[in-house]
Design a protein around this ligand. Structure first.
Ligand SMILES: [Zn+2]
Ligand SMILES: [Zn+2]
Length: 375
């Protein structure tokens, strides 16, 4: 009797194991590497990573080793955001590393949550623990601030707007904490196809997008896909990226290059993309008015304004144009023109309709807005 029971348990376990192997094998084989980009490389579109921790705080790799990984993925820059008010050691590590621009901001623990300071000159004294004061001090030091993972374990408590330039829309810190259980069945795939588990975890960031749209009604504020990498740098770097648009190629001089990248990010001249799902290079969003064109991130009073969207070519996708968080156009075309006749905050979300491990309701590309305001 006991022997038969034992045999049944062994058979069930084996059956389960075979099913699991079949399922993970299917996942492994189904998703080959993303299709190569159809767009020609463009020195005016540089690609990098925002929000990275190194051994200067709670990250697991040194800035040099992280630069190695970034160089291996042909990235142009990455931004360290080690904890501190600021993290002076991390700031001192800035420079060119193996052809990659290593920039360092800091993630400040303040009374409202975590606030990322970027592009500031190294201060003589630590920044304040009060969010509003810290934001003012960082602005005074030529920098700008981004509200980090507003709905994670360390969440943001909303108060008076203190000139923040950005808010994180997707943060792996939030995703990993909330979805850790979902990760368990795909854990063995990590060494084989590390991008699959990361892509499988991404979800539609409804709450963050809603809040962003709400904030944008009053202030121009930009959305960031945040790696918040402490480990797993390779898979995370291939997944959540910033594509920054420049007016001229990145200068070789470090100080000039740093200034150029931060100036573009501060103006919202970048879009976010999940490149591990499919290459997003070549996406553009701009406005054409009677008095000239307006870049993504810009504010204008020109009405009507012809909004133009160029989606990356040769991929099945759904392009959504939103006004104040409402979808006003939804299409699968590659080139879209829309005449905006009302003031509002206009932005673009693109969803992939190709088979990828990423859930189809996670925005593959997220633009920054064009703000049309009354004079
Ligand atoms: Zn944080
Ligand atoms: Zn962080």
């Amino acid at each position: 009797m006991i022997r038969r029971k034992k045999q049944r348990i062994i058979k069930l376990t084996l059956g389960f194991l075979i099913l699991y192997l079949l399922w993970s094998g299917f996942l492994f084989l189904r998703y080959s590497s993303p299709k190569p980009s159809h767009a020609a490389p463009n020195p005016l579109e540089i690609v990098g990573i925002y929000h990275v921790h190194s051994t200067f705080s709670d990250g697991t790799k040194t800035p040099e080793k992280i630069a190695n990984i970034a160089a291996g993925q042909d990235l142009d820059f990455f931004i360290l955001t080690d904890h501190g008010r600021p993290n002076f050691d991390s700031l001192a590590s800035e420079g060119w590393q193996q052809g990659v621009l290593l920039l360092a901001g800091s993630e400040l623990s303040v009374n409202r949550g975590h606030l990322v300071g970027l592009g500031f000159e190294t201060p003589l004294q630590p920044f304040s623990q009060t969010a509003e004061l810290a934001a003012a001090q960082i602005a005074q030091a030529q920098g700008f601030t981004v509200i980090a993972h507003p709905y994670s374990k360390v969440h943001w408590t909303w108060g008076k707007y203190a000139g923040y330039s950005g808010i994180e829309i997707i943060s792996t810190d939030t995703i990993l904490r909330k979805n850790f259980i979902r990760l368990l069945p795909i854990l063995p795939l990590i060494p084989l196809k590390p991008r699959i588990p990361v892509l499988k975890l991404l979800q539609h960031p409804s709450r963050n997008l809603r809040k962003w749209d709400e904030l944008c009604r009053e202030f121009p504020i930009y959305g960031f896909y945040s790696c918040d990498a402490h480990l797993w740098y390779g898979p995370l770097f291939s997944s959540l990226r910033l594509h920054v648009l420049l007016d001229s190629a990145l200068p070789e001089d470090f100080t000039e290059a740093r200034k150029t990248v931060y100036a573009a990010i501060k103006r919202g001249r970048f879009f976010n993309a999940v490149d591990a799902a499919a290459p997003s290079q070549g996406f553009r969003f701009w406005g054409q008015g009677q008095d000239g064109s307006i870049d993504m991130g810009g504010t204008t009073s020109q009405l009507p304004l012809l909004l133009q969207i160029q989606a990356p070519p040769a991929l099945a996708r759904e392009v959504r144009l939103l006004q104040d968080g409402r979808i006003i156009q939804c299409t699968t075309e590659e080139r879209i023109s829309f005449e905006a006749t009302q003031t509002g905050t206009y932005r673009v979300e693109i969803y992939l309709r190709e088979p990828t491990p990423m859930t189809q309701d996670c925005p593959w590309i997220l633009s920054n807005p064009i703000f049309i305001r009354k004079n």
